[in-house]
Design a binder for this molecule. Structure first.
Ligand code: B12
Length: 342
């Protein structure tokens, strides 16, 4: 198969961006190991698994010669806040879960490649693959100071999948730095999670605490979460390359869950909550994590009407929810008190 036909096959499978690079030892693996060594992955222990494959993907497919880096745009404009008691959701999670969406496309692509005699191995997000390292090597954007892969003047609102395939094709060009002296993301990060070289300390990242972490969130983080209910996009919305991002063509990424009305959410039982978010990333923290996040946002809301929604959780038999409610109530009362004195 020639290169153009390969790219056409990827696009026909539903990937908007396709880049190729040669398979080598994973570039950036030492950065990754150092990140783990410093404990920056926090409780995400699964990131320590299969380090041999992360370093040498050829261990899974020793006949592979090329890395296909695939991207799907998910951007659309944020709709207005529906009510004062609403929590903000990171844009990648506004619609359908990208693991399902891109996973299906990957399956289709792999089947088509196999029909052409090309074997492959890869994944979306969860496989032991350093996706941004390969994206950086293949020129699927450049690595920004916020750690995101960013297309110059087109932005970072795209999600990645990586496929290791048999055969050799000419590689795409790696992109150089387009951040220059700009540090808007570093300044915009509410918790100072962005270190040098775009390394994110997950122990400070709101995305980690609101999506991945189970249990109580430290007070210092809750104080800074503002209205972020699920994930955080501050390091992306502050980036000038995202200023003119064009909307995704995917109906599945339309902003269905850009805001969650927290009073309505907390009136639902766990089962209703989970049913409501079937097929979306919002199920990841489970009902317990969503309740915790809702209480945090209400505690930061400066809205008196949030008080009676928080109060019942002061008697919760669940320690995390009880502690979070105690913080939320005292934070909210302090804010309302200081507003009264203005
Ligand atoms: C764990 C994880 C998280 C963690 C940790 C984030 C982090 N920065 O590491 C948490 C939960 C905090 C998180 C948050 C988010 N995530 Co996340 N996450 C991942 C995951 C599963 C692994 C990332 C990882 O390995 N981190 C470790 C660090 C060290 O690696 P890295 O930042 O990817 O950098 C690599 C390269 O850039 C390179 N490198 C870095 N510096 C240097 C320097 C040199 C000299 C060289 C040679 C190489 C090099 O080496 C690094 C290691 O491979 C990937 C999917 C995957 N399998 O890769 C998604 C992924 C990175 N996440 C993604 C997204 C969308 C997000 C969020 C935007 C979600 C949100 N809105 O809340 C935020 C963004 C936070 C941020 N600014 O990075 C996308 C990013 C797409 C893109 N365009 O870049 C990915 C790729 C998922 C996907 N399949 O699309 N995430």
């Amino acid at each position: 198969m020639d290169r153009a036909s390969l790219v056409t096959l990827c696009k026909a499978a539903g990937f908007h961006h396709v880049r190729l690079t040669k398979l080598t030892t994973t570039p950036g693996i030492s950065t990754y190991l150092e990140w783990l060594h410093r404990g920056h992955h926090s409780t995400m222990d699964y990131l320590e698994n299969n380090l041999d494959v992360r370093k040498e993907p050829s261990l899974r497919l020793n006949s592979a010669g090329t890395v296909l880096v695939l991207g799907v745009d998910h951007h659309s404009a944020r709709p207005p806040r529906p009510s004062p008691l609403s929590g903000r959701v990171a844009s990648y999670a506004w619609g359908r879960d990208y693991h399902n969406l891109m996973g299906k496309r990957l399956k289709r692509l792999r089947r088509n490649l196999r029909e052409n005699g090309i074997d492959s191995w890869g994944g979306v997000d969860t496989a032991p693959i350093l996706e941004r390292s390969w994206a950086q090597a293949a020129g699927m954007g450049f690595r920004g100071k916020n750690g995101m892969q960013i297309f110059p003047a087109r932005g970072s609102h795209f999600l990645l999948a990586v496929l290791f395939i048999e055969g050799d094709w000419s590689p795409d060009r790696t992109l150089g730095d387009h951040c220059g002296s700009c540090e808007r993301c570093v300044v915009a990060c509410p918790t100072r999670a962005i270190g040098s070289n775009g390394n994110i300390d997950a122990r400070k990242c709101i995305s980690y605490w609101s999506i991945e972490h189970k249990g109580a969130v430290p007070t210092a983080i809750m104080n800074r979460m503002g209205d972020w209910f699920f994930g955080c996009d501050d390091c992306q919305t502050s980036c000038p390359h995202n200023a003119k991002a064009s909307p995704s063509v995917e109906d599945d990424f339309l902003p269905k869950n850009a805001w969650i009305e927290l009073d309505k959410l907390l009136s639902q039982n766990d089962e209703e909550m989970m049913d409501r978010f079937i097929g979306t990333p919002l199920r990841r923290p489970k009902a317990h994590g969503l309740r915790r996040n809702a209480l945090i946002v209400l505690g930061n809301s400066a809205e008196e009407s949030a008080l009676p929604i928080i109060e019942p959780y002061l008697d919760s038999s669940d320690n995390t929810l009880k502690q979070t409610a105690m913080w939320a109530l005292s934070n909210l009362e302090a804010t309302l008190g200081s507003l009264d004195h203005q």
